[in-house]
Design a protein around this ligand. Structure first.
Ligand SMILES: Nc1nc2c(c(=O)[nH]1)N[C@H]1C(S)=C(S)[C@@H](COP(=O)(O)O)O[C@H]1N2
Ligand SMILES: [Mo]
Length: 445
């Protein structure tokens, strides 16, 4: 492959348009496996290094916030919460999700989704910048090279898979019924393993490129000239139509635009700006219940007949026995208020709403769990769907702000927000805030 080397190293046309490679060795410029097929003068170590360093930081944050989100679901607590029962050692880091600060999940998941969407242009530009390398022939020169190619496949495939599953889940409302969690979770580990291997191999060179650029105040093109041959720089470039800095500006501008049309999903006041956020345009109505709704009562199949004062009874079970309470009886128990947000795995969240209801720990005490309340299994009136049941951990039950809420912002819960009663727990993902609650079982999960 002597000829191929020279394509990579020599990019300047010689006088008279002659090039240094021999005529007979020129691969076709119509084959993507030929370096001559890739003609953009923008490609080069500089562009790839800048994008790579941005992704190094960004994807690490995505991975950490993703693992936090997984932990926040309490998957280790009960099979009811666990969408990935075969996780094995991948659950090694699971911990009891705290209830402080009360906006914790709002922050971590808002960052996860908004950052993920913001990084899409950077990811695509990075792939574009290295695409000639993805086509290099032969596929494997040695075992080590074969392994490198395999890790690249997992890196590119895994990266695209994680971004696509994440965006689809957020945009299309559970296109993978029940299977999003395992897909996105196992995919994340495969992707991140390949990402770490890649970062260890490439970060030193990327940082070297950027440092040279700064120290020598060199132009991007000169950095490309001086850098080791990477197979990134077009041997036979077309004339430039935009500078490398200009191209970077376009990518950054795209990211900024996505950020500006996504970030508003974490604020009630700015939600109208969140054009790319899910439920951004679903009108939750006005008044006390006029904040973001995920699934409506109609969607969940809740019939008005089963939520009326005569029909509905809350069943509370514990080691001391079982009690059944009407809504009127619940309203006669000591009521407490808590200002807490709804924060969904999809990234959107509401500002704090004023919930009022019975403390979960008081309900535990009613059925024989005084002092030190245990875990609780919450079951909804809803008959189908992944979110009709959820388990809460003892620390969540014990928090005085954890309520079986009966009203919000000064009025009875609306049907869509969970009337006759719903769970609200500080710092927890929305999915644990079960609506249309029918039964609570303390202890014995
Ligand atoms: N029974 C039941 N409770 C549920 C859900 C559901 O689908 N069914 N969705 C959960 C999810 S994913 C979220 S984000 C919150 C949304 O609450 P909201 O619609 O009142 O904003 O409710 C949670 N409680
Ligand atoms: Mo949610």
């Amino acid at each position: 492959m002597r000829g191929r080397q020279s394509f990579v190293m020599v990019r300047r046309p010689l006088p008279g348009g002659a090039r240094t490679y021999g005529r007979g060795m020129e691969p076709s410029r119509f084959s993507p496996f030929s370096p001559r097929f890739w003609r953009s003068p923008l490609r080069g170590p500089w562009l790839t290094s800048v994008l790579g360093v941005v992704l190094l930081v960004g994807i690490t944050v995505l991975f950490v916030t993703g693992l936090l989100s997984y932990a926040a679901y309490n998957p280790g607590l009960s099979p009811v919460n666990d969408k990935t029962p075969d996780k094995g050692v991948l659950g090694f880091y699971l911990f009891a999700w705290p209830t402080h600060p009360h906006w914790l999940y709002r922050l971590t998941q808002g960052v996860h989704v908004t950052l993920g969407i913001t990084l899409i242009p950077v990811l695509l530009a990075k792939l574009w910048s290295v695409v000639p390398r993805l086509f290099t022939l032969p596929p494997a020169r040695s075992l080590a090279h074969a392994l490198e190619r395999l890790s690249l496949l997992l890196l590119v495939g895994g990266g695209l898979f994680e971004f696509v599953t994440g965006v689809l889940n957020v945009q299309l409302d559970y296109v993978f019924p029940g299977s999003f969690y395992p897909l996105h979770f196992y995919g994340a580990w495969i992707f991140f393993a390949a990402f770490v291997a890649h970062a260890v191999l490439k970060t030193p060179a990327a940082l070297r490129n950027l440092r040279r650029m700064r120290e020598e105040r060199a132009e991007p093109a000169e950095v490309a000239e001086g850098a080791e041959p990477t197979g990134l720089t077009a041997p036979d470039p077309d004339p430039a139509t935009v500078s490398r800095r200009g191209a970077l500006g376009l990518v950054g501008g795209g990211s900024l635009l996505l950020f500006a049309t996504t970030a508003g999903q974490s604020s009630d006041a700015l939600r109208w700006t969140a054009l790319f956020a899910p439920h951004g345009r679903r009108d939750p109505g006005t008044g006390p219940g006029g904040f973001q709704i995920n699934k409506t009562a109609a969607y969940a199949g809740i019939r008005p007949a089963e939520t009326g004062e005569d029909a509905w009874r809350l069943v509370v079970r514990g080691r001391g026995g079982t009690v059944r309470l009407s809504r009127a009886e619940l309203l006669d128990l000591p009521l407490h208020s808590a200002a807490l947000p709804i924060a969904c795995v999809e990234g959107w969240s509401t500002s704090d709403q004023w919930w009022r209801g019975v403390r979960l720990r008081d309900l535990a005490a009613l059925v024989g769990h005084d002092g030190d309340p245990p875990d609780v299994l919450v079951e909804s009136l809803q008959r189908h769907g992944a979110f009709r049941r959820a388990a809460l951990r003892a620390n969540q039950v014990a928090d005085p702000r954890s309520l079986l809420a009966l009203s919000v912002n000064g009025e009875d819960l609306t049907p869509d927000h969970g009337h006759p009663a719903r769970i609200i727990v500080p710092a927890a993902p929305g999915v644990l805030n079960t609506k249309w609650v029918a039964e609570l079982t303390f202890g014995d999960l």
